[in-house]
Design a protein around this ligand. Sequence first.
Ligand SMILES: C[S@@+](CC[C@H](N)C(=O)[O-])C[C@H]1O[C@@H](n2cnc3c(N)ncnc32)[C@H](O)[C@@H]1O
Length: 228
Amino acid sequence: MMFSLDNRLALCAGFVRENSSLADIGTDHAYLPVWLALNHKIKSAVACDIRPLPLKNAQNNIDLYGVGDIVSTVLSDGLDKISPECADDIVIAGMGGELISKIISRTLWLRDENKRLILQPMTRADSLRLFLCQNGFKIINEKPCISLGKSYSVMSVAFDGIIRQCDDIFKYTGLLQFDDSIESKKYISVINSKLKKKLNAFEKDSYEFKNLLELTKKLDSLSKEDEP
Ligand SMILES: C[S@@+](CC[C@H](N)C(=O)[O-])C[C@H]1O[C@@H](n2cnc3c(N)ncnc32)[C@H](O)[C@@H]1O
């Protein structure tokens, strides 16, 4: 029996390295590790969730698809109950950027260049990118997708200990600023619309207004679609 992943989880799955040990944090239904196991892409997986009910759903799917020899469930807040040997690649998808940052921040063994983090923030991707830059994590690759009409970004990240400058353009667009695809332009345009709404909060001659206006103009040009 087989099933397909939506574009968002498929993009996450594409970043998982062949034959790796996977930890899927906040797994919910465990679609990602189950799909990777069914497709012989991973050696093993721990499907983790902080709540027992999602973990029960995860176990049901693991049983339904018969991948219990590869995927096991663990009740865990972030990676607290996961040991480094069980996880080469760590997916944290479908949570807010600030929560993802907190989970990474308190798991010291992630400061290892051999580990790979695959991150898909639902909100506050800007805050996650800033955290990564300030804490020695490098965004190696970043790709956009559209799933059920919404724009998402997925980042592949590794620790290298280098603290990076994170200007506003990088904070809001990451590596998508260098990607000419329609999906990237759509992602940047959605972010830009949210920032434009914030302009009303400032006096027109204030530093904040001018700064934000400048940023939205730069984002306008990054999100502009090429003429046919
Ligand atoms: C919206 S679901 C995302 C499911 C799946 N990862 C995806 O992207 O489709 C978020 C899941 O994260 C779990 N979660 C929230 N905070 C967590 C934490 N600190 N540690 C582990 N799991 C957490 C929730 O219980 C929920 O099942």
